[in-house]
Design a protein around this ligand. Structure first.
Ligand code: PMP
Length: 430
């Protein structure tokens, strides 16, 4: 494939945008080649400015569960655009989307909309601190919760790709309240509670981690967190910005029996428009401004165009819950195909699937936490990524990211992708 126009475009971008990108992982730092500059999407495909076509397993990092340019979402958005882009005043569509979310999630009585996952989590943490009157929070190594100061500690995702444990510009005074434990390791959580005398406002977790590759939490681990949080008056926050409406209609909460105190959402609820949300039971949400003293606000929060896109997407999902069975089957078929292609050339690979999310590691042992994920063969991943891209398969450009199937991903696309995996791995092995 030729990438000449993208290479030139990246050079131009580099002159005026740091690293040529507006979000670091897009720069292809951990893999080979130049990021294709995208011209348009259509269903399950992406097209770049050189005219190359790719089967898209990134889907804007999760939001596009119906693929690109879904006719219903597009029509509702155009209709909303015609009535005005933003009012900074209440609209019915916010209430409608909130009501859909409240009806789905047992742990949410009220929900507040913001414009990104980062904002959702940052606000949820402030509310948890305000509600409990405590400063400390506990997160897990390898879980990413956006780039707000308190959470930018051992955060997986783009940071893992760059090998940067944290970021300059984040004062140690802020992160000293962020305790770190090991994913799927109860003893490490108990130690944090002991060290902090139980004075922890909240435990935040991706119940199905997608930012150290796809690494689901064990049910017994989530149960252990629930028990410990209850014993210490600590709030349990499920960050379902990625897994929400992806792992199942109710995200991880449709799979685990464990109920969190607070939930953060994003991605799919905006269908590709900038939306995030956080919700909890009424008693907690009552602490939020203007009902309560914990301040949080946003000029574009609840933007009518973004809310409309999310509402159409969510109603489509709700009206066809069987969609998750189909998405899950396709995800399984894809990674099982990758695994057979790897087996054929004796390259170790482990795979996993949760609903429409999939993951694969070039590793010979199960991945339960970030240290395990770090042991995957990243050089092999880089070669695999390049070979797949050259064959028209667009995978996330880091081994620490989950992949996504959309309703527009067909069986033929999956078969073509598996064929590409056989060819790529045979080429690497030769
Ligand atoms: N939480 C999780 C679990 C995420 O996966 C992400 C983004 N990948 C975020 C928070 C941050 O969301 P955003 O990029 O919209 O700020």
């Amino acid at each position: 494939m030729a990438y000449d126009k993208s290479i030139a475009a990246f050079e131009e971008a580099y002159k005026v945008i740091p690293g040529g990108v507006d979000s670091p992982v897009r720069a292809f730092n951990g893999v080979e080649g130049t990021p294709p500059f995208i011209e348009r999407g259509e269903g399950g495909y992406l097209y770049d400015i050189d005219g190359n076509r790719y089967i898209d397993y990134v889907q804007s990092w999760g939001p596009l569960i119906f693929g690109h340019c879904d006719a219903d979402i597009e029509a509702s958005v155009i209709d909303a655009v015609k009535r005005g882009l933003s009012f900074g005043a209440p609209t019915n569509v916010e209430t409608e989307l909130a009501a859909e979310i409240v009806a789905l999630f047992e742990s949410i009585d009220k929900v507040r909309f913001v414009s990104s996952g980062t904002e959702a989590v940052m606000s949820a943490i402030r509310l948890a601190r305000g509600f409990t009157g405590r400063d400390n929070i506990l997160k897990f190594t390898g879980c990413y919760h956006g780039h707000s100061d308190s959470l930018l500690v051992q955060a997986g995702s783009g940071l893992a790709t760059f090998g940067a444990p944290s970021s300059p510009g984040v004062p140690a005074d802020l992160t000293k309240h962020t305790l770190l434990a090991t994913y799927n390791d109860m003893a490490s959580v108990e130690k944090c509670f002991e060290d902090a005398n139980g004075e922890i406002a909240c435990v935040i977790i991706e119940p199905i981690a997608g930012n150290m590759g796809l690494v689901p939490a064990d049910e017994s681990f989530l149960e252990g967190l629930r028990t410990l949080c209850d014993a210490h008056g600590t709030l349990l926050i499920f960050d379902e910005v990625m897994s929400g409406f992806r792992a199942s209609l109710k995200g991880a909460q449709g799979i685990t029996q464990v109920k969190p105190d607070m939930v953060t959402l994003g991605k799919v609820i905006g269908a590709g428009m900038p939306v995030g949300a956080f919700g909890a039971r009424a008693e907690i949400m009552a602490h939020l401004s203007p009902e309560g003293p914990v301040y949080q606000a946003g000029t574009l929060s609840g933007n009518p165009v973004a809310m409309t896109a999310g509402l159409t997407s969510l109603r489509k999902l709700k009206s066809n819950p069987a969609i998750y069975v189909d998405l899950g089957k396709k995800a399984k078929k894809l990674v099982e195909g990758f695994k057979k292609a790897a087996d054929a050339v004796n390259v170790p690979m482990v795979t996993d699937v949760r609903g429409s999310m999939f993951g694969f590691f070039f590793s010979d042992k199960p991945v339960k936490n970030f240290a395990d994920a770090m042991e995957n063969d990243q050089k092999m991943f880089a070669k695999f990524h390049k070979g797949m891209l050259d064959r028209g398969v667009y995978l996330a450009c880091s081994s620490f990211e989950a992949g996504f199937i959309s309703a527009a991903t067909t069986d033929e696309m999956i078969e073509e992708s598996i064929k590409a995996a056989y060819e790529t791995l045979a080429e690497i092995a030769s």
